[in-house]
Design a protein around this ligand. Structure first.
Ligand code: CP
Ligand code: NVA
Length: 302
């Protein structure tokens, strides 16, 4: 049966753990110069309705490193933009390629693509989820701390696609998640309530200091996501108290790491001092997209 990755909820805890383990192996093999080519003859199509640096390049490089190839379909360059239904697109792409990565606006588009395709569909970011990113973040945490269980993870800022993805991760893994978001900028409350009903240690408040206190991991992201450009100026005012800066970082554990999925707006959600500082793991986090997604592609396509 084909497997899709629409949200982290498509994976079991065991599958997440296996992916993290394999991603670390692939990272080590890559560093040692090994040339694995399990995906010779396989092709990945990449439909992007929003811009990207990391997701596009890490998937393309990952496919090439595994011996496969990829086809990038830029915003506005498919017949989807002229009204071809996603269901027809799904059927046709399933005849050409072995998997699709899609970055788009509505989660429903990704779900519809997956429903009508006979090949694996990977969510490369929607307005509500970014599963490949949070898997890479989990890998970075595992790498730095050796474990994920028992850690305190803080989310500071917008209740956006990344915040939702963190909630889905906390549904499966045993870390505690403290989200601090301004009022009216909360994450998906249905998801949060589901997680809390299941007894997961997930806390939502408005105070960044409380969330960060004694945290092992501090996460943030842009205040205006792709598609919210018109709200950017208003959000800048509302989110000011949610900046991850040296003063806030002092409240965390001394060994705490700071994560940012990037791209960052330096001087807004995070200061350059923190992003470039010794506690920033953002660059390893960005690199880990490559290794984690190679593990994902190998698992889905081999
Ligand atoms: N973090 C992330 O997904 O980056 P891109 O938008 O550059 O792909
Ligand atoms: N929340 C951001 C993440 C970018 C990788 C956005 O959706 O624009």
């Amino acid at each position: 049966m084909k497997r899709d990755l629409l949200t982290i909820l498509d994976l079991s805890r065991e599958e997440i753990e296996a992916l993290l383990k394999r991603a670390m192996e692939l990272k080590a093999l890559h560093r040692q110069g090994h040339n694995l080519r399990p995906l010779v003859g396989k092709t990945l199509a990449m439909i992007f309705d929003k811009p990207s640096t990391r997701t596009r390049v890490s998937f393309e490089a990952g496919m090439a490193q595994l011996g496969g190839s990829s086809i990038y379909l830029a915003p506005g360059q498919t017949q989807l933009d002229r009204g071809e239904p996603i269901s027809d697109t799904a059927r046709v792409l399933s005849r050409y390629v072995d998997a699709v990565v899609i970055r788009t606006f509505a989660q429903k588009t990704v779900a519809d693509l997956a429903r009508h395709a006979t090949i694996p569909i990977i969510n490369g970011l929607t307005d509500t989820h970014h599963p490949c990113q949070v898997l890479s973040d989990l890998m970075t945490i595992q790498e730095r701390f050796g474990v994920i269980s028992g850690l305190k993870v803080a989310w500071v800022g917008d209740g956006n696609n990344m915040a939702n993805s963190w909630i889905t991760a906390a549904l499966h893994l045993d870390f505690s998640l403290y989200l601090a978001c301004p009022m009216d900028y909360e994450p998906d409350m249905d998801l949060l309530e589901q997680a809390q009903k299941e007894g997961r240690p997930i806390h939502l408040g408005t105070d960044p200091r409380g969330a960060v206190e004694q945290a092992h991991v501090i996460n943030t992201d842009v205040w205006a996501s792709m598609g919210q450009e018109a709200e950017a100026a208003a959000r800048k005012e509302i989110f000011k108290p949610y900046q991850v800066n040296a003063e806030l970082l002092k409240l965390a554990r001394p060994e705490a790491i700071v994560l940012h999925c990037l791209p960052a707006h330096r001087g807004e959600e995070i200061t350059s001092e923190v992003l470039d500082g010794p506690q920033s793991a953002a660059w390893d986090q960005a690199e880990n997209r490559l290794h984690l997604q190679k593990a994902l592609l190998e698992w889905m396509l081999k």
